[in-house]
Design a protein around this ligand. Structure first.
Ligand code: SF4
Length: 374
């Protein structure tokens, strides 16, 4: 089974924390949609005949596309690939775009999973992050989704907002849990240099929340959601039984995926490639029947580091058989570091999989970095 990711590189406005590839100029939307459909046709051999069980519209803001634009893209996917009967089709939607009409269009298109960018229910924080919606629209969007019969819904939340209080974070968690939502992704706010927040930080106008503050909010998140029967299956992801994201799980389990659109990444089991992150150049190249991508040839140490980074974040852990098959690497320091973290109760090896313990999840990035190969 394999996955297809479709990147829709447009947003109404730039959120102050976001470093994804997108443009707020929507003039090229129609050309871009046609280019996406063309790229899908050009890439129909990329997954080597594997059946596609997940299609994911991400971005950017896919909910800016019309029904006809989404249909153009999906119809080309149906023509070019064989789909599983229970294919999961996810669309990222922002609360301010969600309406009864849009939701019924999504149903017509067989979109069966929505990822709603809630981030916070607090209008002041949403404004501060330059989100296009307010707290009221966030709750209204969720209500509309459930009223329209969508059950497979995930929502994104952000914690570690510097001026936040733990009481407000608890309120956000309590608010989301009023809905029968089966999946939640929660991200610690990180400040990236190329963003508005990055510039504020450089000018001394913004300080990132302390590690201690973020750790407390992460602990609140884990305790609250696990008490409500969510499984903490990846550092930032929580799901009820049977509702793990098929799309993200494919990444973590090293399955093949095809990325379509500017800045999208692909992996066919042998090599990785990344499309150019520029809308105009992407469209112009596709119109000349050429996919503008760069091949990423990974050295054995880079492959090992990727296995560590992705594997440690998820409950399945790092497959040590795969890691040790990278014969050019020296594992002496790796074994010592694993032993040291295992003695501290932060990692464990079970059935030849290296995993983080519950305590270890608070130090995931540091542990991965310490295990990395040069
Ligand atoms: S809507 Fe999403 S992709 Fe667009 S700027 Fe905001 S966070 Fe980034």
């Amino acid at each position: 089974m394999a996955g297809i990711y479709i990147h829709v590189p447009f947003c109404k406005q730039a959120c102050h924390y976001c470093d994804f590839h997108f443009s707020t100029n929507l003039n090229a939307k129609s050309d871009l949609v046609n280019a996406l459909a063309s790229e899908i046709a050009m890439q129909q051999k990329y997954l080597q005949g594997e059946i596609v069980d997940t299609i994911y519209f991400g971005g950017g803001t896919p909910s800016l596309l019309s029904e006809a634009e989404l249909a153009t893209i999906l119809n080309q996917v149906y023509k070019s690939f064989q789909l599983a009967d229970d294919v999961e089709i996810t669309l990222e939607a922002n609360p301010d775009d969600i309406s009864i009409t849009k939701l019924s269009e999504y149903k017509n298109l067989r979109i069966n999973r929505l990822s709603v960018g809630i981030q916070s229910f607090n209008t002041d924080y949403l404004k501060w992050m330059n989100r296009a919606h307010n707290g009221e629209e966030a709750t209204r969007a969720l209500e509309l989704c459930f009223e329209s019969g969508f059950e497979n819904i995930t929502a994104d939340l952000i914690y570690g907002i510097p001026s936040d209080t733990h009481l407000n974070w608890q309120h956000d968690l309590a608010t989301i849990l009023k809905y029968p939502i089966p999946h939640i992704s929660a991200y610690n706010l990180t400040i990236e240099p190329q963003t508005a927040f990055g510039k504020w930080q450089k000018n001394g106008e913004l300080n990132e929340a302390s590690n201690e503050f973020s750790s407390i909010q992460m602990q609140m998140l884990i305790e609250t959601l696990t008490a409500h029967h969510f499984i903490h299956y990846e550092i930032s992801n929580f799901a009820k039984e049977g509702h793990f994201s098929k799309h993200n799980t494919a990444y973590w389990l090293d399955k093949k995926y095809l990325g379509i659109g500017p800045s999208a990444h692909s992996y066919n089991g042998i090599s990785r490639q990344a499309n150019i992150a520029n809308n105009a150049q992407y469209i112009s190249s596709i119109q000349k029947n050429s996919i503008p991508f760069e091949l990423e040839l990974l050295s054995e140490s880079e492959k090992a580091n990727e296995l560590l980074l992705t594997g440690l974040r998820a409950i399945w852990g790092v497959n040590l058989a795969k890691l040790f098959a990278l014969h050019s690497l020296n594992f002496d320091s790796f074994h010592k570091t694993v032993e040291s973290y295992t003695n501290k109760g932060l990692t464990v090896v079970e059935n030849n999989q290296l995993k983080l313990t519950i305590e270890g999840r608070f130090f995931a990035d540091k542990i991965a970095a310490d295990l990395f190969f040069d």
